[in-house]
Design a protein around this ligand. Structure first.
Ligand code: I3S
Length: 128
């Protein structure tokens, strides 16, 4: 699978396609807008690029400009409560800057890996 291949080429990065929406931006509530995004964890930064078509092609992924980035330092992550979304496997990510995101995948294994990776990144960079 091409996504896996891409990740092997860049072992320091975790990447894949996730469903993402912001719910708060700079402390202000915003309207949900779920989009399928190519997601890359690079150091303490999460990058999101809008998927092209299915969003899983290596070419599309590598060509896309990041739609937005999230600084994980000083942030927090938890499993979203039912009132945040009716979807399953939803992670709630809060940044120090007051942005809240929901991140979702239909695949249990995929979402668990991301949860672990994000949590690990936050604790690794906790004192920066
Ligand atoms: O938390 P909400 O408001 O029930 O979220 C749903 C809405 O954002 C809906 O869009 P519009 O109300 O803008 O048409 C989305 O299509 C749904 O996916 C949102 O709910 P979920 O539970 O899927 O996050």
């Amino acid at each position: 699978f091409l996504v896996v291949l891409f990740c092997c080429v860049q072992p320091s990065e975790k990447c894949g396609v996730l469903n993402v929406t912001k719910i708060t931006e700079n402390g202000k509530k915003v309207r949900k807008n779920w989009t399928s995004s190519w997601t890359v964890l690079q150091g303490s930064t999460l990058l999101f690029a809008k998927g092209q078509g299915g969003g899983t092609s290596w070419f599309g992924g590598s060509q896309s400009k990041p739609e937005f980035t999230v600084d994980l330092r000083g942030g927090s992550v938890e499993w979203a409560s039912k009132d945040k979304s009716s979807k399953k496997n939803v992670i709630e990510l809060k940044t120090r800057q007051g942005t809240e995101l929901l991140i979702q995948s239909e695949n249990d294994g995929v979402i668990n890996e991301w949860y672990r990776a994000v949590q690990e990144t936050i604790s690794t960079h906790a004192w920066e």
